[in-house]
Design a protein around this ligand. Structure first.
Ligand code: CTP
Length: 418
C-alpha cells in the first residue's frame, strides 16, 4: 500500500525513522514528507536510505509531476508523526503552506496524526480545539503518551512508541481496504466530487430552544457512504442527524438553514454533483432571543405565552440552481417529501416541484408520520428534468439500496449530458 509519512519539526522525529522502518518492512511503499523544521532534527539522507525512495521536501521540486496534489490523492494512508502543535494548527486551519499541509488537504484516504510536544502546549485550549476539529473531520488522532519529555520535565506529550503507531497504521489500512473490497466491483465514481447535505436543520429561538423537524439524516448519510464506497470524493454538510457520518468523508457541520446555505454555497464550485437530501426548515423565528425566554410568575391567571413570528428561509436548492446559471456543472439533485392531497398525487406534486426548483433530478418519497422519516426502509421515485416518466422507481428497500439507485441515476444523467 502507498503510505505518506509526514514528519513535522519536533525532537521525536527520530522515532519516526523507526516507524518508517516498520512500515517499509511490512511491504508498504512509503514516501516521507518532512517539513523544513523536521529536516533540522533528522536529515534527508536518513529518510531516503530508510524508505529507499526519494524524499519529498517541497512543492517546488519535480513540479511537472504536481507533487502537491499527487501525493495526497494517490495515498492509501497519510500518517503524521510527530505532529507538532504548529502542524496541528495549520492542518486544522486548512492551510497549504508546505508540501505536507498540501498533501493533507488533497488526501481522501485515512489520516493518522500522532501529536508530540510539551505538556503545556498539548493541554493549551488552542491545541485541544485543533485536535477536536481534526477528529471531527475523521482524522485518527493518537493521544500522546505520558512520560519523560525533552528536558528534565515529564507529563503527557511524548510520541507513542513506533510499534504502537505502526499497529494503528496497519489497522487503518486494513479498514480502508475492507471498505473498498466489500463495496463490490463498482468503482464508477472514482474522482467524482460529490457534495451531500443531510439531516434536519434546527432554527434557534433562544439559547435552549429551537424549531426542528423529524428528519433522521439516515438517507443522506447512506448516500454519502455509498458515493464514497463507489470511489467518489465526498463532502457531507451535516445538520442534526440520528446517525454518525460515515468514515472517510469530509464532514462540515451546519445547524440552521442559514448555516447550511452558507456551507453548501461555498462548496458548490468545487464539486461535480450536489445532492440536497437535508430537510431544510422553510421558516425560522424572525429573531433570536439572546437570553432564555422565561414564563411569568407574577400572575395566577393563565398566561397567554409569547408569540413566535416566523420568516422565510432561502430556498437553498433553487439558489444553487440559480448560482450555477448557464453552466451544466455541477449536476444538482433535490429531494421531495410529499403527501398526496386533493390537488394532486405524490408524483404530480413531484413533477411540479422539479419544474419549480429547476434541478436536474428529483428524488420523490411519500411521507407520513410512520413513512420515510427515521425508518430504515423507504420507497422513492426518481424524476429527471425534461423526461415525462420516472427514470427509476425503487423500494420498499433499505436506504443503502436507495442511495445506490440515486447514484445510478446521477451517473446516467451525467453520461447523457456528455
Ligand atoms: N430545500 C432547500 N431549501 C429550503 C427548503 C427545501 O434547499 N428552504 C430543498 C430540500 O433539501 C429538498 C428540496 O428542497 O432537496 C425539497 O424540499 P421540500 O421540503 O420537499 O420542498 P419545499 O420547497 O419546502 O416545498 P413544499 O413546502 O411546497 O413541499
Amino acid at each position: 500500500m502507498r503510505v505518506v509519512l509526514g514528519v513535522s519539526g519536533g525532537i521525536a522525529a527520530y522515532k519516526a525513522a523507526l516507524l518508517l522502518r516498520l512500515l517499509s518492512e511490512a511491504g508498504h511503499e512509503v514516501t516521507v514528507v518532512p517539513t523544513a523544521a523536521a529536516l533540522r532534527f533528522v536529515g534527508e539522507p536518513t529518510w531516503a536510505a530508510l524508505s529507499g525512495r526519494p524524499v519529498a521536501t517541497d512543492v517546488w521540486t519535480d513540479v511537472h509531476e504536481v507533487p502537491h496534489v499527487r501525493l495526497g490523492q494517490s495515498a492509501d494512508l497519510v500518517v503524521v508523526a510527530p505532529a507538532t502543535a504548529d502542524l496541528l494548527a495549520r492542518a486544522a486551519a486548512g492551510m497549504a503552506d508546505d508540501l505536507l499541509t498540501n498533501t493533507l488537504l488533497t488526501a481522501r484516504c485515512p489520516v493518522v496524526m500522532a501529536p508530540a510536544m510539551h505538556t503545556e502546549m498539548w493541554e493549551h485550549p488552542a491545541t485541544q480545539a485543533n485536535v477536536e476539529t481534526l477528529t471531527q473531520r475523521g482524522v485518527h488522532v493518537v493521544p500522546p503518551a505520558a512520560g519523560r519529555l525533552t528536558g528534565a520535565d515529564s507529563g503527557p506529550g511524548r510520541l507513542p512508541e513506533p510499534e504502537h503507531l505502526f499497529e494503528v497504521c496497519q489497522r487503518e489500512l486494513a479498514r480502508a481496504d475492507r471498505v473498498t473490497r466489500t463495496s463490490g466491483a463498482r468503482q464508477d465514481l472514482v474522482g467524482t466530487r460529490v457534495l451531500v447535505t443531510a439531516g434536519g436543520t434546527r432554527e434557534p429561538l433562544d439559547p435552549v430552544r429551537f424549531l426542528g423537524n423529524r428528519s433522521s439524516g439516515k438517507q443522506g448519510v447512506a448516500l454519502a457512504a455509498a458515493a464514497r464506497r463507489r470511489g467518489a470524493i465526498v463532502t457531507l454538510v451535516l445538520a442534526h442527524a440520528e446517525v454518525p457520518p460515515p468514515p472517510d468523508v469530509e464532514v462540515v457541520r451546519a445547524g440552521s438553514a442559514l448555516e447550511l446555505a452558507a456551507a453548501t454555497r461555498a462548496a458548490l464550485p468545487s464539486h461535480d454533483v450536489v445532492v440536497m437530501a437535508a430537510a431544510v426548515a422553510d421558516f425560522r423565528p424572525d429573531a433570536y432571543v439572546e437570553t432564555k425566554i422565561k414564563k411569568s410568575y407574577d400572575t395566577e391567571d393563565e398566561e397567554p405565552g409569547p408569540t413566535i413570528r416566523l420568516v422565510r428561509n432561502p430556498d437553498i436548492l433553487a439558489g444553487l440552481v440559480a448560482e450555477r446559471g448557464e453552466a451544466t456543472d455541477p449536476l444538482i439533485v433535490g429531494f421531495a417529501a410529499e403527501t398526496g392531497d386533493e390537488d394532486g398525487t405524490v408524483l404530480e406534486h413531484g413533477r411540479t416541484k422539479l419544474e419549480r426548483k429547476g434541478c436536474d433530478l428529483l428524488v420523490v418519497n411519500e411521507v407520513g408520520i410512520d413513512k420515510a422519516f427515521g425508518q430504515d426502509e423507504n420507497s422513492v421515485v426518481i424524476l429527471r428534468r425534461g423526461v415525462e416518466n420516472p427514470v427509476a422507481e425503487v423500494g420498499p428497500a433499505g436506504k443503502a439500496a436507495i442511495a445506490d439507485a440515486v447514484l445510478d441515476a446521477i451517473l446516467d444523467a451525467r453520461r447523457r449530458r456528455g
